[in-house]
Unconditional design. Sequence first.
Length: 414
Amino acid sequence: MKRTTLLALALGLCLSAEAADPITLGLNYPRTGSYKEEGLAQMRGALLAIDEINAKGGVLGRPLRLSSRNSASRPEKAVANVDKLADEGAVMLFGGASSAVAIAAGKRARERGLLYFGTLTYSNDTTGKDGHRYMFRECNNAWMSAKVLGEYLNKHLPNKRYFYITSDYTWGHTSESSLRQATGTQDSARHPGLKTAFPGARLSDYRDALTQAAASDAEVLVLVLFGEDMVRAMRIADEMGLNKRMQVAVPNLTQSMIETAGPDIMRGVLGTEPWTWRVPELEGSEAGKQFVQNFDERYQTHPSSSAASAYSIVYQWADAATRARSLNSEQVIAALEGHRYRLLKDEQEWRAFDHQNVQTVYAVRVKPREEVLKDRFKQDYFEIVHRLTGEQAAPSHAQWQLERTAGGQKLALQ
């Protein structure tokens, strides 16, 4: 009897220890390269979410831990990271600030049977022609950005001539084409454009492109550039005075991009964001307000959309795994598809047919420096000038099917 009791006790202790083993989440993010500031924000948001979840007991009785790898925004490096993180035991992968990275890494994650959540991946292709069952996109797509920005431009700057300078990869291509369609500027003779290399564009490339823009009769300069690439181009545009005589539009802005370039240079620039630290107040989100407060206190800086995306992904995966009572990818996918929730803003949905997160998107304008400096962290960068709900902004099921067919893909996610 005594021996049986001891064996049962020992077995119980072993099972308890096994149950307490941490669950590994893999962050595949840019720690170096043109998008490294967005990567740092993702790391901070993810760590905050993990600490909060662990303080509440973890997921399925087990604590979460984060393992990270530097993608440097290079697809081949990101794919190798997927294998390293999978071999380490990660049950879910997320991160990145490049659509090329998200698409390549997501496909490799599918081969390893792991979900991949894209953070900053705005290319239509991510959940469009390159979408699959194991890819979920937390941010909006290029069409949603173009829809809200295009409506604002059409109303306030009608019948203007445009000049596009675009990063030469999938995000740049689909962002430019979407905004051209939304603004009726498809005629490249009237609204010309140039491509710049990604990665690896030189300062001379941006100067040459901006010199051609200056020599044109364009009234709207669209910089389809991101991260430090956008910053470099805007500094040159400022030297040339283009931001004084042309309306500059940047389809996807982030807090760190404004901070790095400086509000004087970026003053009046138009763009879009899926979230800013002012949004929880606007949308009446108590959880969002608490996130801003906790992030402010922990890092002494306001959270950006990059940080909010990573934070939301960790929480949404944890919620789905809890509801599914499983870490198995297929069961978590089933729990996510069609799921509606409120976290850092108003209602959002993981759309079942394409795994696109349908959410409100915002057109923003960079505030004057004197307004920015009134904030405690001097980071009150964005004035929200237009807003569309996810249902108004997102492409329809029919549009998505057309894109899949044109790309030679099966209509159902595989």
